[in-house]
Design a protein around this ligand. Structure first.
Ligand code: HEM
Length: 468
């Protein structure tokens, strides 16, 4: 069965308003909110939360502060970075068994030292070296889709997860080792994630620290398995020296600290795990949401097709083409606005601090919630609608850089921002040049937030090759 592709109309359609959870007029009591949050963390917010500037509430004895205006976000994450650099205890507990002292969840001196070593290895200036691996892997996905044939049914979320996992594995471990070990690494991380997903998200906001933490035997076994695969790969890498191609492991093995010392084996494993974890599901979710939004927006698809057909023709693109694909970029940016893969950025105050003249006690949780700020009607026109043009049109209403934060902001901004954007733009351009994806009729897509924001557990779509 093939699903019909919505007809492309020459006139721009009304912008598509994609689904979002019900918004309360009046906030329900805390016990009710806890029940709602168990099902979907994004459903706890009411209308007023989207507009508020700085809101605070006590939940289970902990003060929770939400910063929801660009100037307040700047004050929290940039100006007060020293006091607010620590990730929430719940985030640290969930990821510590896997990442150890890795960059993503460390703070103070350890974080500063690691950031200095890891960020340059995946920095924007290194991305041109990684782009050939991206293109090669995306082209493999394109061939795989071609073999499936017209009308084939796919789970677009799983397809994108597979694609980005392959890309990040080959980037971290080099083409050959990455390809050989990708399935094993992916399975190890998915297993860990499945177990961690069971962590009740309510614990993200308030459960006291003394509660026994879920750190089951299964989690420990899962970590042991991942670490032994990592060790095996690092040993093989060190033995082969991987022929001088760009790879993260190569960078980590060569890195030296200020005293000229190399990273320990454990640190290398932890940082490789950070990059896999941080760089895989975020980009996969972004691309899955993009396919969904496009499937409902014929006018946007038409403009996208015009751009990729004109820029790529029958060529395989390379890194230089990314700058020639502004509409692809705008589509990804707009997807990240509506469905930020990390919808909540939570920090623990390491000392008493003031934000917007409000005293905030040590131990409070301070959050920037891209989900709220990206849909704040005072910052964006038609805030819930999918309108990529707003990122291109110089006159469109947009907040400053502290109001659009899918990659966070301040000293802890995503170290893989350019990597992720390049990967997403190239994936979209290559695959949209050759395929249209239609949503399976009757599919109800709803945003669900666990550790990241996804379009549910799967995204059933069908593949439609575009005419040459
Ligand atoms: C669309 C794709 C991506 C999005 C939306 C994204 C988003 C984010 C966000 C929001 C954070 C901060 C999290 C927090 O404060 O709790 C972060 C951190 C990080 N990301 Fe990304 N990311 C993406 C892709 C990548 C990629 C591809 C890589 C690696 C190649 C990467 C590596 C990292 C690292 C290492 C950190 C930790 C930085 C630090 O704590 O200093 N990310 N990312």
């Amino acid at each position: 069965m093939t699903a019909p592709i919505a007809p492309v109309s020459p006139a721009l359609e009304d912008p598509f308003v994609p689904p979002y959870p019900f918004r309360h007029e009046k906030m329900p009591p805390v016990w009710k909110l806890i029940g709602i949050a168990r099902k979907n963390f994004l459903a706890i917010w009411g209308h007023a939360d989207f507009k508020g500037r700085l809101r605070s509430q006590k939940v289970l004895a902990r003060e929770i502060v939400v910063c929801n205006r660009p100037d307040v976000v700047r004050e929290a994450f940039q100006v007060n970075h020293a006091a607010l650099q620590r990730k929430s205890p719940q985030m640290r507990h969930a990821l510590e068994p896997l990442l150890g002292d890795g960059l993503f969840i460390s703070d103070t001196q350890t974080w500063a030292d690691r950031r200095k070593v890891v960020a340059p290895i995946i920095h924007g200036t290194r991305v041109p070296g990684f782009a050939p691996i991206m293109v090669e892997t995306i082209e493999e996905k394109r061939s795989e889709w071609t073999r499936k044939g017209a009308g084939a049914q796919i789970d677009a979320l799983a397809e994108m997860a597979h694609l980005t996992a392959e890309i990040i594995c080959r980037t971290i471990f080099g083409r050959t080792l990455g390809r050989n070990y990708a399935a094993e690494v992916v399975e190890g991380f998915s297993d860990y994630q499945r177990r961690i997903d069971q962590v009740d998200l309510m614990s993200m906001i308030g459960l006291p620290e003394w509660l026994p933490r879920y750190q089951s035997r299964a989690v420990r076994l899962s970590v042991k398995r991942i670490m032994s695969v990592m060790d095996e790969i690092i040993d093989s890498y060190a033995a082969q020296k991987a022929g001088g191609e760009a790879s993260v492991i190569g960078g980590l093995l060569e890195a030296r600290d200020d005293d000229g010392q190399p990273l320990s084996r454990e640190a290398i494993r932890n940082e490789a795990a950070v990059i896999f974890m941080a760089g895989h599901e975020t980009t996969a979710n972004t691309l899955a949401w993009t396919w969904y939004l496009l499937s409902q927006s014929p006018g946007v698809r038409q403009k996208l097709h015009a751009e990729v057909d004109a820029v790529l023709g029958d060529r395989t693109p390379d890194f230089k083409d990314v700058a020639k694909l502004p509409y692809c970029k705008a589509i990804i940016e707009e997807t990240l606005r509506l469905y930020p893969p990390v919808p909540i950025l939570a920090r623990e105050a390491m000392e008493d601090v003031q934000i917007s003249h409000k005293p905030i006690a040590k131990g409070s949780l301070v959050m920037v919630v891209p989900w709220l700020m990206h849909r704040n009607p005072e910052l964006w026109d038609n805030a819930d609608a999918f309108i990529p043009e707003r990122f291109i049109d110089p006159d469109a209403k947009k907040p400053n850089k502290y109001g659009y934060v899918p990659f966070s902001i301040g000293p802890r901004i995503c170290a893989g921002l350019q990597f992720g954007m390049t990967e997403a733009i190239l994936s979209l351009a290559i695959l949209a040049r050759h395929f249209d994806l239609a949503l399976q009729p009757g599919t109800d897509v709803q945003p669900v937030a666990r550790l990241t924001l996804r379009p549910g557990d799967d995204l059933p779509m069908s593949l439609h090759p575009r005419a040459a």
